[in-house]
Design a protein around this ligand. Structure first.
Ligand SMILES: [Fe+2]
Length: 206
């Protein structure tokens, strides 16, 4: 069979249509997380940092950045240990695995509800969310690094406001150290450094 090659203008039209469909889907996901999650700014800024670290990042990675913590919006079924519960270990692998899997499952249910049928996008999004606390390859590391940057930018006042009722100063410091220390790429570390220093200064003033 002879392969049919579309003229350039048709290829460009198809690419533009795909881009428009992706932007529409991302808009729907942004609306969803903003509606249901009180700390949606952290998710929106994770997508921002992801794109800033790699402007060529794909659709699955952007969806994962926007939804990686979404299970925290669903009170029913949450279980300890949780970052909201005193004395939780920030790097607890059992909790982080559970948190990632629950966010991945809830996100994929939403994507299916939005009529996303492409198995490769669903599977990749699921994998990236499951591993967002761990990283391990260039794509999961990118989501993890963007998460850390957004955390240091957005979540620091939230954690400081919990001292001393549900967090000690030392526990908050451990969380800031953990989120900064787990960053993989040199560029992300460079961007995160002033945010981390600012977070420590705020803590030291308490
Ligand atoms: Fe996060």
């Amino acid at each position: 069979m002879v392969a049919v090659r579309l003229p350039h203008q048709f290829q460009n039209i198809l690419m533009a249509q795909t881009k428009l469909q992706e932007e529409k889907l991302l808009g729907e996901i942004r609306s969803w997380v903003t509606k249901i999650y009180s700390n949606a700014d952290h998710l929106l800024r994770t997508e921002y940092w992801l794109f800033r670290l790699n402007p060529k990042v794909d659709l699955a990675s952007r969806i994962a950045a926007l939804t990686h913590d979404i299970e925290r919006a669903f009170e029913d079924g949450r279980k300890p240990p949780s970052p909201e519960i005193k004395s939780a270990r920030w790097d607890d692998p059992v909790y982080n695995k559970w948190h990632g899997e629950r966010s991945a499952d809830l996100t994929c249910q939403k994507l299916e509800g939005l009529k996303v049928r492409d198995r490769s996008i669903l599977n990749k999004t699921k994998r990236l969310i499951r591993l967002h606390e761990f990283g391990g390859d260039s794509e999961t590391d990118l989501v993890k690094d963007a998460d850390s940057l957004s955390f240091l930018e957005i979540n620091v006042p939230l954690f400081i406001s919990r001292i001393p009722t549900t967090l000690t100063k030392e526990e908050a410091r451990e969380k800031f150290d953990y989120m900064f220390g787990r960053i993989t790429s040199a560029e992300a570390k460079n961007q995160a450094n002033p945010l981390y220093r600012k977070a420590l200064n705020k803590l030291n003033k308490l």
